[in-house]
Design a protein around this ligand. Structure first.
Ligand code: AMP
Ligand code: MG
Length: 379
């Protein structure tokens, strides 16, 4: 198994971040695995969560805001953010027996009470499921497990096995209930985005037997939204998040220029195929190279599956990068477009819009959406 290595983490940071390290005060990782680096006008934390390396880097603003804040956060505030990351990990993990999703997947009764966060993400995921005609499907978990992507014990299931598992897959098998007069789940997501929490009712879902949830395709996008909201509430105007190679920016760089975010070369021939200049946007990639194995037949099998066939999605796309304002949408669409292929991706873009994309194809060609002419540099 190969995950996004710390190499890309370094590449992207060195592209985007210019730390004056002579003045750095670096703390060795503490027992909780968090490392915090402070320098003049900048503070950055790195840590491991959601099965990947993450970093949050904050720059001071030029002046003070109306509340007298400089735009920089304290070490304690960064730790508050990391605590929130850990809390969300204990909601969204499908493999930790203490986590909410794990408990839903191992339920005793068909109906289970769920947190506001799960309720909101079910509503959001259902909308993208419908729009993508099932390409993004958070019920694909029985398939993900069968290929061994949750344990690293990889295997190629036979077609009969996949056909049986496909009977357990599909959002139609998940029924959502507002148990005490709460908001509908899309209103709920907006409410959580605004307030950081929900003030309304309680929720449950009823899952058909054998159906299991896995928010691996969207959880980091949701997490990004939460971190951005927390940082903005703290008065931050310039920041860069790297959540396992998914890049999220707040504002621009202090010198007024855009952040330059590299797009990894999925073939590994060079570090990057190019970069995109962004300010206040997210750049989120789904790539076959992120997690895959080579079968005994010599074929490569990767972790992004086509929920219609049960097999890894093979549409000619080897990496799909989405650029947009909303990291949750970008995360969902990077997975969905990968499954849909270039033609359906184009249709989706023309129908719904609200994002840009860069697709790297297996023949090395690069397909981009129309709105990137001024911001994308291919090398
Ligand atoms: P991402 O890296 O955001 O594209 O998410 C990939 C992860 O989502 C995989 O590791 C699986 O856990 C899960 N997954 C794989 N295929 C799908 C799919 N078609 N829809 C939803 N989740 C998927
Ligand atoms: Mg995704």
């Amino acid at each position: 198994m190969r995950k996004l290595s710390s190499r890309i983490f370094v590449i992207i940071l060195s592209l985007c971040v210019s730390i004056g390290c002579a003045a750095c005060e670096k703390k060795e990782p503490e027992s909780d695995g968090v490392s915090i680096v402070k320098s003049d006008g900048e503070i950055a934390a790195s840590f491991f969560a959601f099965d990947t390396y993450m970093s949050v880097s904050v720059r001071a603003g030029e002046g003070r805001d109306s509340k007298g804040r400089t735009g920089l956060v304290s070490e304690e505030q960064l730790r508050e953010i990391i605590d929130e990351v850990r809390r969300l990990e204990m909601i969204f993990s499908a493999t930790d027996p203490e986590a909410e999703v794990y408990k839903i997947d191992h339920r005793e009764a068909d109906e289970v009470g769920i947190s506001d966060e799960i309720a909101a993400l079910i509503g959001f995921s259902r909308e993208i499921y419908e729009r993508s005609e099932g390409a993004l499907d958070v019920t694909a978990y029985p398939l993900v497990k069968a290929w061994g992507f949750t344990t690293g014990k990889y295997r190629v299931p036979d077609k009969n096995e996949l056909d049986e598992l496909l009977k357990k897959v599909g959002m139609e098998r998940v029924k959502f209930q507002e148990t005490s007069g709460g908001s509908t789940s899309s209103v709920l997501l907006a409410e959580i985005e605004r307030e950081g929490k929900s003030t309304s009712g309680s929720y449950s879902i009823t899952l058909q037997p054998g159906t299991e949830l896995d928010f691996g395709a969207v959880a980091k996008g949701y997490l990004s939204k939460v971190i951005v909201r927390m940082l903005e509430d703290m008065g931050v105007e310039h920041a860069l998040l790297d959540l396992g190679g998914n890049i999220v920016t707040i504002g621009n760089k202090l010198d007024g220029s855009d952040w330059k975010v590299g797009i990894k070369d999925p073939f590994g021939n060079k570090d990057m195929i190019g970069y995109v200049s962004v300010s206040g946007k997210s750049v989120i990639t789904s790539g076959g190279y992120e997690r895959y194995f080579t079968g005994e037949d010599g074929n490569i099998y990767w972790h992004i599956l086509d929920p219609k066939t049960g097999y890894p999605a093979r549409t000619g796309i080897v990496s799909a990068t989405i650029i947009g304002d909303d990291p949750l949408l970008c995360d969902a669409l990077s997975t969905a477009l990968f499954v849909m292929g270039a033609e359906r991706a184009r249709d989706y873009y023309e129908t719904y819009g609200g994002f840009e994309y860069v697709l790297v194809m297996d023949d090395g060609s690069i397909i981009t959406s129309d709105g990137l002419a001024d911001s994308l540099v291919i090398r």
